[in-house]
Design a protein around this ligand. Structure first.
Ligand SMILES: Nc1nc2c(ncn2[C@@H]2O[C@H](COP(=O)(O)OP(=O)(O)OP(=O)(O)O)[C@@H](O)[C@H]2O)c(=O)[nH]1
Ligand SMILES: [Mg+2]
Length: 388
């Protein structure tokens, strides 16, 4: 859990494999074999340094038949596992790879890709403009893609980012090279879209039980905590939880949609109350101070901050999930704000400090040379997955 899946599609030769290699880096490997019922094998890649897996849907731009087979393989792979409440095989984010300067070409590619991925109707999309060697054309191409995306069958709010990319150094002539471009932005945009992608993938499977809903919720929480770790690691003074506001707000919104909490004014009040606890409450501040003061910790400040940030997001997510679940099953009313505040606060002051102390403690034992942020993400995901 905590690993979302990205589907990469685009015509043959457009640069999908080159892109995947650039994103996953030197420790890229094939994920443990997964084949669908039809016996077709999917190529799923992962690496230790990136918190999502990538599926290379090659053949996508080949013949009509090849494209159908390729899409069916991915669909079956998702479906076979959904029935047992396994959410690890959903498609959470799709990268549409396009190339070319002509308006007509881009329109055609976007229309094809949109049609090919109809089954993942509500899943977030990032358009990657591959081989963007000419820096001067990047802005224009972004505008073109945005304009043409609006004409496809996908909802405009599905489009999360348009990113021009140079995946590998390109030699223009004997003396001129174009350096790699856009890869960190693509990774960041994907991480950001992941919580919503987890929710959307769940929604795309028509109906599911409370158990599956909880599994989806935990994946949303894990994806958000991962985003929190990334934010916490940035070397800024991390004195309060306010820098986590955008992540927590995306998290609470995704969970609200999952549990059908609605968008009315009462729902907004409830969400506002929860976000207040997570960012400006005394409980949040006290939790941060407690975690910063765990004795005997031997990790750098940015790793410590990353662990605290991830743990806070995880605790808010767990508390929110419990609030929404009780409302969802009809035990509690949506306007019971005091009850909701107390529940989330108690998770921050008890569970968070207990859990966070454990995580921070374990970090001191991480071997030198290992990526400490990766270790933080793994420890937090493990803690989320182990909850009842
Ligand atoms: N220098 C450079 N070459 C690139 C880049 N992207 C793609 N290429 C080249 O374009 C060609 C096709 O790229 P691939 O990554 O194999 O394309 P693909 O989409 O995986 O193609 P299929 O597997 O056939 O669907 C290769 O020769 C790549 O080296 C890039 O960013 N920089
Ligand atoms: Mg390829």
């Amino acid at each position: 859990m905590g690993f979302g899946n990205v589907l990469v599609i685009g015509s043959s030769g457009i640069g999908k494999t080159t892109l995947i290699k650039a994103v996953l880096g030197p420790d890229m490997r094939i994920a443990p074999a997964t084949s669908s019922k039809g016996g077709q094998r999917l190529e799923i890649y992962e690496s230790l340094s990136v918190p999502f897996r990538i599926i290379d849907a090659h053949d996508m731009g080949g013949s009509f038949l090849a494209r159908q087979l390729s899409i069916r393989a991915v669909k079956n792979w998702s479906k076979d596992n959904a029935l047992d409440g396994d959410v690890d095989n959903d498609i959470n984010v799709i990268w549409f790879c396009v190339e070319g300067k002509s308006r007509k070409l881009i329109r055609q590619q976007l229309a094809d890709l949109s049609r090919a991925t109809d089954v993942w109707r509500s899943v977030p999309v990032i358009v990657v403009i591959t081989k963007s060697y000419a820096a001067t054309e990047r802005e224009e191409n972004i505008a073109l893609v945005r304009e043409q995306f609006a004409r496809t069958r996908r909802r405009a709010e599905n489009l999360k980012a348009v990113i021009p990319v140079v995946a590998d150094t390109y030699q223009l002539d004997e003396t001129t090279f174009v350096a790699p471009e856009g890869i960190p932005e693509l990774i960041a945009a994907t991480n950001e879209a992941m919580p919503e992608g987890v929710r959307a993938a769940g929604e795309d499977i028509a109906s599911f039980s409370l158990k599956r809903r909880r599994a989806v919720a935990r994946s949303i929480v894990a994806a958000s905590a991962t985003a929190g770790v990334a934010v916490g690691a940035v070397p800024l003074p991390f004195s309060d939880a306010l820098i986590l506001t955008p992540i927590e707000s995306a998290l609470v919104n995704a969970l609200a949609t999952l549990y059908g909490i609605g968008k009315g004014s009462t729902a907004k009040k409830l969400m506002g109350t929860i976000l207040e606890v997570g960012t400006v409450s005394t409980a949040a501040r006290a939790a941060i101070s407690a975690l910063k003061a765990v004795p005997g910790v031997n990790v750098g400040a940015s790793v410590l901050n990353a662990a605290i940030a991830g743990s806070i997001v995880a605790a808010i997510g767990e508390g929110t999930m419990r609030v929404f679940e009780r409302i969802y099953v009809g035990d509690k009313s949506i306007d019971d704000l005091d009850w909701a505040r107390e529940l989330v606060e108690s998770r921050l002051s008890k569970e968070l400090v207990a859990q966070g102390t454990k995580i921070v403690g374990k970090l001191s034992g991480v071997s030198a040379g290992a990526d400490p942020l990766k270790a933080v993400v793994a420890l937090i995901s493990e803690a989320i997955a182990s909850k009842q």
